[in-house]
Design a protein around this ligand. Structure first.
Ligand SMILES: *[C@@H]1O[C@H](CO)[C@@H](O)[C@H](O)[C@H]1NC(C)=O
Ligand SMILES: *[C@@H]1O[C@H](CO)[C@@H](O)[C@H](O)[C@H]1NC(C)=O
Ligand SMILES: *[C@@H]1O[C@H](CO)[C@@H](O)[C@H](O)[C@H]1NC(C)=O
Ligand SMILES: *[C@@H]1O[C@H](CO)[C@@H](O)[C@H](O)[C@H]1NC(C)=O
Ligand SMILES: *[C@@H]1O[C@H](CO)[C@@H](O)[C@H](O)[C@H]1NC(C)=O
Ligand SMILES: *[C@@H]1O[C@H](CO)[C@@H](O)[C@H](O)[C@H]1NC(C)=O
Ligand SMILES: *[C@@H]1O[C@H](CO)[C@@H](O)[C@H](O)[C@H]1NC(C)=O
Ligand SMILES: *[C@@H]1O[C@H](CO)[C@@H](O)[C@H](O)[C@H]1NC(C)=O
Ligand SMILES: *[C@@H]1O[C@H](CO)[C@@H](O)[C@H](O)[C@H]1NC(C)=O
Ligand SMILES: *[C@@H]1O[C@H](CO)[C@@H](O)[C@H](O)[C@H]1NC(C)=O
Ligand SMILES: *[C@@H]1O[C@H](CO)[C@@H](O)[C@H](O)[C@H]1NC(C)=O
Ligand SMILES: *[C@@H]1O[C@H](CO)[C@@H](O)[C@H](O)[C@H]1NC(C)=O
Length: 818
C-alpha cells in the first residue's frame, strides 16, 4: 500500500525540489557528462549581450570572408543588377509607396541610412531596432521574434507552433491564429512580426521545421498566405522567412544549398510567392549560401527572383548576422541589416552599413537611387499597415524582462486562449484507434506516465528559449527550442487537465513522470482500464545544442527512452494510448502495430493550451480532424533527404539531389510503404466521398501560353481559375465532425512531376447524416510546371487527373481534366 502515498503530489506542490523516486538521475553529473550549457550560464551570456538571438551559437564560426562567386566546379548564381525600384502591384501598395516617397523627401542622407541599419544588439527594447528620427517625427521600428508569439517577454500567449496549425489543414484557423498573434505584437508595440517561417520539412531531422508548415509547398503556401493576411489585418507587418533554403541547422552559417531553378520555383519558393500575394511587407534573407553565394547578397535571388519575378514591393532584411558584406549586399537587393552590428549577436561598435553605407553612396559604390529605394521600401511597409497612425510604442524590454523602467507589463493575451486551444485541438492527429479505445468514456482507473505528461517542474521558463533541460526529462513538450519559441505566461500540462477531467468523472488517476523509473510506471499501469503513455522528440535552432543535437535531430527515435516505456507499459496493459508531442516524424515501428497500443494521438506542439486541447480530443468533446503535414516513414533511409552533418570543406555543399521528390512525392515515386502517409488522420465519425465531376471555367483557350507574357514575372492570368471540381461529402458515422479533404493532381507523364502533388484541401464541418457539396478551382498556375530550359511556367500536353481523398494514399474519387 505504501506505493499509493501522496508523494508525487506533495513534490509538485513543493516548487524547486526534484522529481519523485530514488531512480532520479543525477542531473549535475549528467550535465557535466554531456557538456550542456546550463540555463544560468545561458542567461548570463544573454545579459552580457552575447548569443541567444538566433545568431551564431556554440561551435559555430562564421566564415570570415566572402567565398567564391563562380567557382567552375561548383554551382554558382548568375548576377542580376540593378535592384528594381519598388512599384507595387496593388493599389494599396501603390498608395503606400506614394506616401513613402513623399515622406522620404524630408529625410537627409544620414537619416535614410538610419532606416536601413539596425541600431545594434541590445540598443533598443526589441530583438531588432531601427532608431527613431525625431527631426522628421519618425518613431523608429521594433522587430520581434517569433513565428508562434512574442518572444521572451511576459503576458503573451504561446500559440501552437506553425506545424500544429498546418496539421489542422484549416485556412480559417491559420488566419485566426495569426490575427490573434498580430494583435499581441501590436499591443506590445512591435511593428514587425518575424514570421511566418516557411522553409519546408525537406528531411525529418531538420531542426526548425516545426516553425513552418511541414513538407508540402502547397500546404505551406496556404499557411503563409493566411498567416500574412491574419497578422497584417491586425496591423503588424509580416516577415516572410527564411529566404531561402534554410532547411537544416548544421552549417546554417556556412553551408551552400544547391538546387536547380525548377525545384526552387515549384517547392521552396512557392510559399514565399503566396506570402507576397497576400501583401507581406517584408522578407528575411537567410543565413546560408545558395549556389555558393550568401542569401543576403545573392543578386539572382533578391534582385531577380524576389523583386523582379515575384514583384515583391516590400523590403528585405537580413537574418541576425546573415550580412557578410556592405556594398555587395546593398547592390544585390538587401534593404535593412539586422541587428546592425558587424557580427551577431553581441554589443559592438560599427556596422557594415551605417557610416559605411553613407561612405559607399558618397563614393559611388552604391547608387543614391539604391539607398532611396531601400528607404522607400521600408517606409512603404510602415504606411501599408497604417503604422504611421498612432501605433503603440514598445512597452517592454526583451533584454531585461523585469526592468520596471522599461516594461509596462501590458497584458496582450485578451481572449486568445480560445483560438490557441481550438488550433491545438484541430492540429491533433488521431493515428490509430482500435477497439474504440477513444474517446475515453469515464474510465474507472487510469494511469498517466512519462515526463511528457507532466508540468515543467523547474518552472515553465527555466530553460531559456525552451532548450528543455538539455534533453533530460523536464516536463511536457509544448514548443521547439530557439528564437522561434516564446516564454510561457501560463501553461496547462496534460497532467493538470487530465486530473481535472478525471475528478469530474470520478476516475482514479495515478501518474509517474519519471521516465527512468519504469518499474513505477509498470506498477501503476498494471490492470488499469487505460494507460496513457506520453513520449516526445525535440529539435530547435542551431545556436543551442541540446544533448548533442545541434538544432537538427541526430536520430528519429523518441527522447528519454520513450520506446522502452511504451514496451514495458504495453506488457502489462492491453489498452495503452500513446500520446506523442514531436517536432516531426519519429520512428514508430517498435510500437505502432503492438495490439496493446489501442490508440496513438499525434499532438504536435500545442503551446500554452496543451492539456486542455488534448483532453478535449481524448474525451471526444472535440472530434479529431487533424492530418499529418509530413510523412512518417518506417525507416530513416526511406526518406529522400537527410541533414548534411559532416563537412570536408569550409563551405559544405548541401545538394538537393532529390529535386522535386521530397516527403510523399518520394514515397509515391519509389513506391515505399510509409507508416503513416502525408495527409493521414482519423476521426470518431466516418465520411463518404461521392459524385466528383469537373468543368472548365474562365478562359478555355491556351493562347496566352505562346505569348511573351508567359515569361515575364507572374502575370494575373496565370492565377485565374481554369477548372472547377465538385464533389460531395457525407457524414455517415455516429457523431458530428470535421473532415479534411485533399485534392492531388496527377500530371501527364511528360511533365516529369512526382506521381501526385497536393493542389487543394479543405476542412468541412458536417453534422452526422448530412451531406455537403464541396467546390474548388484549379488555376492555370496549378496545372503548370517550371521549365528550366525556357525559364517559364509551362502547361504540358496530355491527360491530367485530379484525385480526391482523406489522405495522400486514401483516394476516394478521381476526375480527368479535359
Ligand atoms: C573550386 O572549389 C574547389 C572545391 O572547394 C577547389 O578545389 C578549387 O580549387 C576551386 N577552383 C577555383 C578556380 O577556385
Ligand atoms: C543554382 O544553380 C542551378 C544550376 O546548378 C540553377 O538551375 C539555379 O537557377 C541556380 N539558382 C540560383 C538562385 O542561382
Ligand atoms: C541629417 O539630420 C540629422 C538630424 O536628424 C543631423 O544630425 C545630420 O547632421 C543631418 N545630416 C546631413 C548630412 O545633413
Ligand atoms: C565600417 O566597417 C568596418 C569593417 O569593415 C568597421 O571596422 C567599421 O567600424 C565600420 N564603420 C562604421 C562607421 O560603422
Ligand atoms: C522492461 O522491459 C524489459 C524488456 O524490454 C525488461 O527487461 C524489464 O525487466 C522491464 N522492466 C520492468 C520494470 O518491467
Ligand atoms: C499486476 O497486478 C496483478 C494483480 O495484483 C498481479 O498479480 C501482477 O503481478 C501485477 N503485474 C505486475 C507486472 O506488476
Ligand atoms: C485486456 O485485459 C483485461 C484485464 O486487464 C481483460 O479483461 C480484457 O479481456 C483484455 N482485453 C483484450 C482485448 O485482450
Ligand atoms: C536519439 O537522440 C536522443 C536525443 O539526443 C537520445 O535521447 C536518444 O538516446 C537517441 N537514440 C539513439 C538510439 O541513440
Ligand atoms: C498485452 O497485454 C496483456 C495484459 O493485458 C499481456 O498479457 C500481453 O502480453 C500484452 N501483449 C503484448 C504484445 O505486450
Ligand atoms: C532501415 O534501412 C536500412 C538500409 O536500407 C537497413 O539496413 C535497416 O535494416 C532498416 N531498418 C529496419 C528496422 O528495417
Ligand atoms: C568544417 O566547418 C567548420 C565550421 O563549421 C570549419 O571550422 C572547418 O574548418 C570545416 N572543415 C573543413 C575540413 O573545412
Ligand atoms: C555536391 O555537388 C558538388 C558538385 O555540384 C560536388 O562537388 C560535391 O561533392 C557535392 N557534395 C556532396 C556533399 O555530395
Amino acid at each position: 500500500m505504501k506505493f499509493f502515498t501522496l508523494l508525487p503530489l506533495a513534490v509538485l506542490a513543493c516548487a524547486g525540489s526534484s522529481l519523485a523516486g530514488s531512480a532520479q538521475p543525477d542531473y549535475q553529473q549528467l550535465f557535466a557528462e554531456r557538456e550542456v550549457d546550463s540555463p544560468a550560464h545561458f542567461l548570463e551570456r544573454r545579459q552580457q549581450g552575447i548569443g541567444g538571438a538566433g545568431g551564431n551559437g556554440p561551435g559555430y564560426q562564421t566564415v570570415p570572408s566572402v567565398p567564391f562567386d563562380g567557382n567552375d566546379s561548383l554551382p554558382y548564381s548568375p548576377s542580376f543588377y540593378p535592384t528594381p525600384q519598388t512599384q507595387g502591384t496593388t493599389q494599396k501598395w501603390k498608395d503606400a509607396i506614394g506616401k513613402a516617397r513623399e515622406y522620404l523627401q524630408q529625410f537627409n542622407q544620414t537619416e535614410k541610412v538610419i532606416l536601413t541599419t539596425g541600431s545594434g544588439w541590445t540598443r533598443g527594447p526589441c530583438v531588432g531596432n531601427i532608431s527613431p528620427i525625431p527631426r522628421v517625427n519618425f518613431p523608429g521600428l521594433c522587430l520581434m521574434d517569433g513565428p508562434a508569439g512574442v518572444r521572451g517577454i511576459d503576458r503573451v500567449t504561446s500559440f501552437p507552433d506553425a506545424i500544429t496549425v498546418a496539421a489542422s489543414f484549416d485556412r480559417d484557423l491559420m488566419y485566426k491564429r495569426a490575427h490573434a498573434m498580430g494583435e499581441e505584437f501590436k499591443t506590445k508595440g512591435a511593428n514587425i512580426w518575424l514570421g511566418p517561417m516557411m522553409n519546408l520539412a525537406r528531411s525529418p531531422e531538420g531542426g526548425r521545421s516545426w516553425e513552418g508548415f511541414g513538407a508540402d509547398p502547397y500546404l505551406s503556401g496556404e499557411g503563409s498566405y493566411f498567416s500574412v493576411l491574419g497578422a497584417q489585418d491586425a496591423g503588424v507587418q509580416a516577415n516572410l522567412k527564411h529566404y531561402i533554403n534554410n532547411e537544416q541547422e548544421h552549417f546554417r552559417n556556412e553551408g551552400s544549398s544547391n538546387l536547380d531553378a525548377r525545384t526552387e520555383r515549384e517547392l521552396y519558393q512557392h510559399p514565399f510567392m503566396r506570402g507576397i500575394q497576400a501583401g507581406a511587407a517584408s522578407t528575411m534573407c537567410s543565413y546560408n549560401l545558395l549556389n555558393n553565394s550568401w542569401a543576403c547578397q545573392n543578386s539572382e535571388l533578391l534582385n531577380n527572383r524576389l523583386k523582379t519575378e515575384l514583384q515583391f514591393p516590400g523590403y528585405v532584411l537580413s537574418d541576425w548576422g546573415a550580412q557578410h558584406a556592405g556594398v555587395a549586399t546593398a547592390n544585390a537587393g538587401l534593404d535593412m541589416t539586422m541587428p546592425g552590428d558587424i557580427t551577431c549577436c553581441s554589443r559592438q561598435e560599427g556596422s557594415l552599413w551605417g557610416g559605411n553605407l553613407t561612405m559607399a553612396v558618397n563614393n559611388g559604390s552604391v547608387e543614391s537611387t539604391r539607398l532611396d529605394d531601400m528607404a522607400t521600401r521600408i517606409l512603404a511597409g510602415w504606411f501599408l499597415l497604417g503604422q504611421d497612425q498612432g501605433y503603440p510604442e514598445p512597452n517592454f524590454n526583451f533584454f531585461d524582462k523585469k526592468d520596471p523602467a522599461t516594461n509596462q507589463f501590458v497584458d496582450a493575451t485578451a481572449d486568445h486562449y480560445k483560438v490557441a486551444r481550438e488550433v491545438a485541438s484541430a492540429g491533433t492527429v488521431l493515428l490509430k484507434n482500435h477497439r474504440n479505445a477513444l474517446p475515453l468514456n469515464k474510465p474507472r482507473t487510469m494511469a498517466v506516465v512519462g515526463s511528457d505528461a507532466g508540468p515543467l517542474y523547474q518552472g515553465a521558463n527555466y530553460w531559456p528559449d525552451r532548450a528543455q533541460n538539455g534533453g533530460l526529462p523536464y516536463g511536457t513538450l509544448g514548443q521547439g527550442w530557439g528564437s522561434g519559441s516564446t516564454d510561457y505566461s501560463y501553461f496547462f500540462s496534460p497532467y493538470e487537465s487530465l486530473q481535472a477531467r478525471a475528478r469530474k468523472d470520478r476516475t482514479d488517476m495515478q501518474w509517474n513522470f519519471d521516465d527512468y523509473n519504469i518499474a513505477q510506471s509498470v506498477m501503476i499501469a498494471n490492470m488499469t482500464d487505460v494507460a496513457l503513455v506520453f513520449v516526445s522528440a525535440e529539435s530547435g535552432e542551431g545556436y543551442i545544442i541540446v544533448d548533442n543535437n545541434e538544432g537538427d535531430r541526430n536520430n528519429l527515435t523518441l527522447w528519454n527512452q520513450g520506446e522502452q516505456l511504451i514496451r514495458n507499459v504495453t506488457a502489462v496493459n492491453n489498452n495503452t494510448v500513446v500520446i506523442v508531442h514531436s517536432v516531426g516524424a519519429v520512428d514508430m515501428e517498435s510500437f505502432a502495430e503492438n495490439p496493446n497500443v489501442t490508440a496513438i494521438v499525434w499532438a504536435n506542439l500545442p503551446g500554452s493550451e496543451s492539456g486542455r486541447a488534448l483532453v478535449d480530443v481524448l474525451y471526444g468533446d472535440f472530434n479529431p480532424s487533424g492530418r499529418l503535414p509530413y510523412t512518417i516513414g518506417k525507416n530513416r533511409t526511406d526518406y529522400s533527404a537527410d541533414v548534411l552533418y559532416y563537412n570536408d570543406t569550409v563551405t559544405p555543399q548541401i545538394n538537393y539531389t532529390e529535386k522535386l521528390n521530397i516527403d510523399y512525392r518520394h514515397f509515391d515515386a519509389k513506391n515505399i510503404e510509409p507508416r503513416y502517409e502525408f495527409g493521414y488522420g482519423l476521426s470518431y465519425t466516418k465520411f463518404d466521398y461521392s459524385g466528383a465531376w469537373t468543368q472548365q471555367v474562365g478562359h478555355a483557350d491556351n493562347s496566352w501560353w505562346g505569348s511573351s507574357n508567359a515569361s515575364t514575372g507572374l502575370p494575373d492570368w496565370l492565377f485565374q481559375p481554369k477548372y472547377e471540381v465538385t464533389f460531395s461529402l457525407t457524414n455517415s458515422g455516429s457523431c458530428d465532425g470535421h473532415e479534411v479533404w485533399q485534392a492531388y493532381l496527377e500530371f501527364p507523364r511528360s511533365a516529369g512531376e512526382p506521381p501526385k502533388v497536393l493542389r487543394n484541401f479543405g476542412r468541412e464541418k458536417i453534422c452526422k447524416g448530412d451531406t455537403k457539396e464541396v467546390k474548388f478551382t484549379l488555376s492555370q498556375y496549378d496545372v503548370s510546371y517550371w521549365c528550366n530550359e525556357l525559364q517559364q511556367w509551362i502547361q504540358p500536353e496530355g491527360k491530367f487527373k485530379v484525385v480526391i481523398g482523406a489522405s495522400s494514399r486514401d483516394i476516394r474519387q478521381a476526375v480527368v481534366l479535359n
